[in-house]
Design a protein around this ligand. Structure first.
Ligand code: GLN
Ligand code: ZN
Length: 787
């Protein structure tokens, strides 16, 4: 007899470790300080710790997700099926399997061997590795690491034994894998086969998944979760109907497999509306629905799930706020009524919890009242348990928890920092004219006269190398070993040296170098009202990298100028213009945990108004060029096209609110860290900045002809060299890129700059690369002027 799915679960759990143990183990292995065996041992310990913790928090059996990855969930599928592009073929053994070292080489590259590209996972801040699939890329089930993890868990449960039930049965956790449709939909064509459509290999891949499922069943898996978030998104190059059809055929086949665990298809990050009927028509046993981002399905769709297991994702995996238990319970009851008594409704999270930190109880320095409003991963696991009891036994069985939730909610709503009438009034008073500047024609003329820049002006994106010396000073300041004054002196000295260097290099528009900023969002979060930082709130960004987002909990305002003194100081050292440097409202929102109690657009305007004051102050201090970075503009773009217009309206609106308080002769720059034409042209058109810098070196200025043809007439700075690598690009190489850029757009629009900020680079390569950049600009400038 098979046991039903437990009443509560989560779609996934953080894997980096409560104290970032995995980060440390990985980095020590990569640095050659520890062996593969030691890394494996640390990883096994982490998995055991996670199982124990989830058990303590009330999850059991198939309710426990098994989702450990050394680096990335997509890369783990690449490894499982040996699906590496040609350039890594030599890393595969005789069976076609990657070693652990090989796995990391695919992730991180080695020497001339470029790693897989990295990109954002849906609309989150997590980055996955993009598989490259061609007609001949291996797709064969060769790597059974998931099965090994399952065996490990089952063995541990049997050993810890008492009351765990029959071997491998109820004690088996639930392996979580990226599903075949999403895997291929997120893959790109291998270099050897430009234009190849990875989805055409779905049938082959599904066969291999079937082999993996058989293996999992043999090892005792009762259930498996296949994540198919691709089904909630619109893709520029894949028709939605085609994806749904692909999913229907893939899951019909998998459901037919002779030996397999029961299958749950998960559709996190949005609504499964489009795919649900087709999936329900297959023989899969379970569905995991995101009921935070997505709505509760309609009556017919729910009825089609009768007799199945439905993981109702009512606890958000995306934010750090405690769940509104009343609202969640109402959704659960609605689902239960819709699917009928034969179905099993399981309380779940909307997505994996990999996007939130581990445990709010560790935030002992947080104001206790604020802390009571929050739920990190562990608190969310407890919440699914509470809701499961409420659903099965009635609300009264968990009356205390519901009361505590109501109390926290009331304290939050009543907190004076959450609703500040003066901030609300300021946003309410914004009129459309506050978001508009004079015509570009007028601005352009005024700026050309004021700045008197040469053709192809050179500049940088803002940061200069963050040396160990800078980091040490910051750490010492934090520990109290440096006084505020001493720390500021050290940073001033750094600014002076960065300004001197740029003068020496002959750059036209200088920057102060951002030495005083630990992070481009956290820096502002610390200076604005309405934000708070955490001590342990790390979340995985990619591989071993983590970020510690601030929490935006209240109404936002600017108590005092934030960057003016730095900009003024830098400007006092030179006759050339110094660019003021700010992070834009959308990026600040994207890289924080944002409040969920008012619309995002309203928070964006609050931040926009605070930045507007800063920009006006910079202007008054004599700063003639001000850059407002929005690298995250694309990240928050809704996954469905139908929601994008509204997003662009408020996001672009908040940027323009921040930048439209200045005179026409003040030049506004923005910077976007990407260069896909559709996204960029929309953004640079809408943001109305005088100059926009974008990433373009790796794609060899591919986008520029389209920008030219589009009729875009403001300034553009396509990056002429890639800052992601220490390689120093030659003068000739940069000249080539500049020539092609100057042929594609009017040279009068063109700026010369690197792809992005230089903070991760060293000084030696930075000096050499910028020296070549200036030489290239001078050469192409002369060529154009002599025409
Ligand atoms: N001004 C920032 C810097 O140079 C921009 C960083 C970014 O685009 N992510 O570091
Ligand atoms: Zn950038």
């Amino acid at each position: 007899m098979s046991t039903p799915f437990p009443a509560a679960t989560i779609l996934g759990y953080p894997r980096i470790g409560r104290d970032r143990e995995l980060k440390r183990a990985l980095e020590s292995f990569w640095a050659g300080r520890s062996s593969a065996a030691e890394l494996r041992a640390s990883a096994a310990e982490l998995r055991a710790g996670t199982r124990a913790r989830l058990g303590e928090l009330g999850l059991s059996g198939a309710g426990v997700p098994l989702d450990f990855h050394y680096y990335d969930q997509m890369l783990s599928i690449v490894a499982t099926f040996g699906a590496v592009p040609e350039r890594f073929a030599h890393l595969l053994d005789a069976e076609g399997k990657l070693s652990l070292e090989g796995y990391f080489t695919v992730a991180r590259g080695k020497g001339e061997l470029a790693p897989l590209e990295m990109t954002k996972w849906f609309d989150s801040n997590y980055h996955y590795l993009v598989p490259e699939i061609g007609p001949d890329t291996p797709l064969r089930y060769v790597d059974s690491h998931v099965v090994d993890y399952l065996r490990e868990a089952v063995a541990a449960a049997e050993q810890g034994g008492a009351g765990q039930g029959e071997a491998g049965g109820t004690s088996a956790p639930r392996p979580v894998l990226v599903g075949p449709v999403t895997f291929l939909a997120l893959s790109k064509a291998a270099d050897c086969a430009p234009g190849f459509d990875p989805l055409t290999r779905l049938e082959e891949l599904v066969e291999q998944y079937a082999a993996l499922l058989a293996d999992l069943a043999g090892a005792g898996a009762q259930w498996v979760q296949l994540d198919e978030p691709a089904l909630v998104a619109d893709f520029a190059d894949i028709d939605r109907a085609r994806l749904v059809e692909a999913a229907a055929s893939a899951y019909a086949k998998l459901a037919d497999a002779a030996s397999r665990p029961r299958i749950i298809v998960a559709t996190p990050y949005g609504t499964a509306r489009a795919a649900l009927p087709a999936l329900a028509a297959t023989g899969v046993e379970g569905f995991a629905l995101d009921l935070v981002r997505g709505e509760v399905p309609g009556e017919d769709d729910l009825a089609a799930l009768a007799g199945r297991t439905v993981l109702a994702g009512v606890v958000s995996g995306r934010n750090i706020w405690r769940t509104n238990l009343e609202e969640a319970l109402a959704k659960l009851e609605q689902v239960r009524a819709g699917v009928g008594p034969q179905a099993n409704v399981v309380v779940s999270t909307s997505t994996s919890l990999q996007h939130v930190p581990y445990d709010v109880d560790r935030e002992t320095q947080l104001d206790p009242e604020l802390r009571s409003w929050l739920a990190f991963a562990d608190q969310k696991v407890a919440e699914v348990g509470v809701l499961a009891r409420a659903l099965s036994e009635g609300r009264d069985a968990v009356a205390a928890e519901f009361a505590a939730d109501a109390a926290a909610r009331a304290s939050r709503a009543a907190h004076p920092g959450v609703n500040r009438p003066e901030v609300r009034a300021a946003v309410a008073a914004v009129v459309p004219a506050d978001r508009e500047r004079e015509s570009f024609e007028e601005r352009d003329a005024a700026q050309r006269e004021r700045l008197a820049l040469p053709l192809l002006p050179t500049t940088t994106i803002g940061s200069f190398p963050q040396t160990t010396q800078i980091r040490k000073a910051r750490a010492a300041h934090r520990k109290g070993e440096l006084t505020d004054a001493q720390y500021e002196d050290a940073m001033r000295a750094e600014v002076a040296s960065v300004v001197a260097l740029q003068e020496e290099l002959g750059i036209d528009v200088l920057v102060h170098g951002e030495p005083e900023r630990n992070d481009m969002v956290q820096y502002f979060a610390e200076l604005l009202d309405g934000f708070t930082a955490t001590q342990h709130g790390w979340v995985q960004s990619y591989g071993s990298r983590c970020t510690r987002p601030s929490i935006l909990w209240g109404d936002v305002s600017r108590p005092a100028p934030m960057t003016v003194e730095w900009a003024k100081y830098a400007q006092s050292l030179t006759d050339k213009p110094v660019k003021g440097m700010l992070t834009g409202p959308v990026t600040i929102l994207a890289w924080c945990f944002v409040r969920d109690d008012i619309p995002l657009g309203q928070t964006a305007d609050q931040v926009g108004l605070a930045l507007r004051q800063e920009i006006v102050d910079l202007e008054e201090a004599g700063i003639a060029v001000i850059q407002v970075d929005e690298p995250a503009l694309r990240e928050l773009l809704p996954l469905e096209v139908k929601d994008q217009a509204e997003y662009l309206e408020w996001s672009v609106g908040s940027f323009k609110l921040s930048t439209s308080g200045v005179r026409p002769d003040t030049q506004i720059h923005t910077h976007l860290c990407y260069s896909e034409f559709n996204v960029v042209i929309g953004a640079i058109d809408a943001l109305d900045a005088d100059v926009t810098s974008i990433e373009a070196a790796r794609s060899r200025m591919e986008i520029l002809p389209a920008v030219g043809e589009h009729g875009y007439e403001r300034g553009i700075g396509p990056g002429v060299y890639d800052i992601h690598s220490p390689r120093v690009p030659s003068v000739e190489e940069q000249v080539e890129l500049l020539r092609s850029a100057a042929a594609a757009v009017n040279p009068r629009q063109l700026w010369v700059n690197p792809d992005c900020g230089l903070k991760t680079r060293g000084y030696e390569e930075t000096k050499a690369a910028l020296d070549n950049m200036v030489a290239a600009a001078l050469q192409v400038r002369a060529e154009i002027e002599s025409r």
